[in-house]
Design a binder for this molecule. Structure first.
Ligand code: GLY
Length: 396
C-alpha cells in the first residue's frame, strides 16, 4: 500500500494521528513513526502552511525578548540540535535543506535603535549568550552593502538559517519513508467518546481512529470542531507579509549573513540564501484570517530594507506572500497532553516554528511514548492555560 494513498484505501486506525501537515505536524509524525508507532497525518496539502512563507531564521539569540527567558531555554535546546537534525534529514532524503551556518548581524540606524540594541546586548550577556558589539564601520566591513548611516550592530555568529520550503519537502519525504499514512483532506471534527479523544471525522465523512491524537494545526488549531471549550488551544493568527528578491551572482555575495534591524519599531530582516534568493520580512499584523498582500505592507518592508541596504532597490522582486503565525498568549508553544485524555497539542510556536522544529519532534515523540514531557519542554504544557491551573496560580 502506498504511504501517500488517501483515506479510502488506508487503515482507519493508528496509534497516533497528527492533525496538520506543516513542519511541526510533519516532524511530530516522523519522530512518532520512528519510535515504532503506526502514524497517520491529516492535511489537504502536507508541507504547505506558514513554512511556505517563513524566512527560516534560526535566531535564538537575536530574537531574545525581555520576559521570554523560559522560551530561550527551549530555543537554545533546539538550535543545538539543528546540525544533527539537518544532517539526519539530508542523509535520509538526499535533499539539501539550505541550512547555512552563516550568522546574523543586527544593526542600528539611529541613536534610538542603538540604545535598543545595547539593551539587547546586555540581556544577551546576562543570559550567557555570545554576541559581539561592532561599530558602524566594523559592520560595513563585514557587509559592504550596508548603508553608510549604520551606527553600530551586534554580531551573532550562532544564529543561522534554513530554507523552510526545503525543510517541509524533506519532512514529507521522511514521513513517507517512515510509513506515515497521509490523509490528504481536511479534518472536520475531533471525535470524543466518554471523555477521551478517539480520532477525527474527515471532510468526506470517513472516521479515522487513533490511540493518541496530536493537534498541530498552526494558526488553525483553535478552529477544529468537537474540541471541548476548556481544552481549545488559545492560538490566534498573526499575519506576516514577506518578500522574495533575487541577488546578483556576479560580484561576490550581495550579503553573506542575515542582516536585521528594528526600524521605527518594526522588525525587518534580510535573509540571503545560497541559491541567490533574498528573503525580506516581515510585517506583524493582527487581522484575523486575512492573508492579502497589501501595497502598504510591501512598501513598508521595502522602505525599511532600503534604509539598511540601499542596493536592494536594484534587485528583481520575485515573490510577495503573506502567512499566519500561530500566536499564543505568552508567545511560547503549547506542547503535550491536554485536559482531554488522548488529545495532545503541538502548536502556538508563533515566531519560532522553524527554530523549534527539532526539539518539538523529540519532545512530542517522548511524550507519546512515555506520557511525560521531557524536562526542557515541561514549562510549555498546554495546561498552563487551563482555567483550573490559572486559578491555582492566582496570588492569595
Ligand atoms: N521569526 C520571524 C518572524 O516571525 O517574522
Amino acid at each position: 500500500m502506498s504511504p501517500t494513498s488517501t483515506s479510502t484505501s488506508t487503515p482507519a486506525s493508528s496509534d497516533v494521528l497528527v492533525i496538520g501537515g506543516g513542519i511541526i505536524g510533519l516532524v511530530t509524525a516522523w519522530r512518532s513513526a520512528q519510535r515504532g508507532f503506526t502514524t497517520a497525518l491529516v492535511d489537504p496539502e502536507p508541507g504547505g502552511g506558514a513554512a511556505q512563507v517563513a524566512a527560516g531564521m534560526l535566531a535564538a539569540v537575536t530574537e531574545l525578548h525581555y520576559g521570554e527567558q523560559t522560551l530561550l531555554g527551549l530555543n537554545l535546546a533546539s538550535a543545538r540540535r539543528y546540525p544533527d537534525f539537518a544532517a539526519e534529514l539530508t542523509e535520509l532524503t538526499g535533499q539539501d535543506l539550505g541550512y547555512r551556518r552563516c550568522g546574523t548581524l543586527a544593526v542600528a540606524l539611529d541613536a534610538d535603535d542603538r540604545a535598543h540594541l545595547r539593551e539587547l546586548h546586555a540581556l544577551q550577556q546576562q543570559s550567557g549568550l555570545e554576541s559581539q558589539w561592532l561599530s558602524g564601520r566594523e559592520c560595513r566591513r563585514l557587509e559592504p552593502m550596508l548603508a553608510p548611516g549604520v551606527r553600530g550592530g551586534l554580531r551573532v555568529d550562532g544564529d543561522h538559517q534554513i530554507d523552510p520550503r526545503r525543510l517541509a519537502g524533506a519532512l514529507v519525504a521522511a514521513c513517507e519513508r517512515a510509513g506515515v499514512v497521509f490523509h490528504r483532506t481536511w479534518a472536520e471534527r475531533l471525535t470524543v467518546v466518554r471523555d477521551r479523544a478517539t480520532g477525527v471525522v474527515l471532510a468526506d465523512g470517513t472516521e479515522v481512529a487513533a490511540g493518541q491524537v496530536v493537534l498541530a494545526g498552526g494558526s488553525l488549531s483553535g478552529r477544529l470542531a468537537g474540541i471541548p471549550q476548556d481544552v481549545l488551544p488559545p492560538v490566534r493568527p498573526v499575519k506576516g507579509q514577506v518578500l522574495r528578491l533575487t541577488m546578483p551572482r556576479r560580484h561576490g555575495p550581495f550579503l553573506s549573513r542575515t542582516v536585521r534591524a528594528v526600524v521605527r519599531g518594526s522588525h525587518v530582516y534580510l535573509v540571503p540564501r545560497a541559491s541567490g534568493e533574498l528573503v525580506v520580512g516581515a510585517t506583524s499584523e493582527e487581522l484575523g484570517w486575512d492573508t492579502t498582500v497589501t501595497a502598504g505592507g510591501v512598501y513598508e518592508l521595502l522602505r525599511d530594507a532600503h534604509e539598511l541596504v540601499p542596493g536592494i532597490t536594484e534587485l528583481p522582486l520575485t515573490e510577495t506572500r503573506a502567512g499566519l503565525r500561530p500566536g499564543s498568549p505568552d508567545n511560547a508553544p503549547l506542547l503535550g497532553p491536554t485536559g482531554l485524555e488522548g488529545l495532545l497539542l503541538a502548536t502556538g510556536h508563533y515566531r519560532n516554528g522553524v527554530l523549534l522544529t527539532p526539539v518539538t519532534g523529540d519532545a512530542m515523540a517522548h511524550v507519546l511514548a512515555t506520557g511525560e514531557l521531557p524536562e526542557e519542554a515541561r514549562p510549555f504544557t498546554p495546561k498552563r492555560f487551563s482555567p483550573a491551573t490559572a486559578l491555582s496560580e492566582q496570588p492569595a
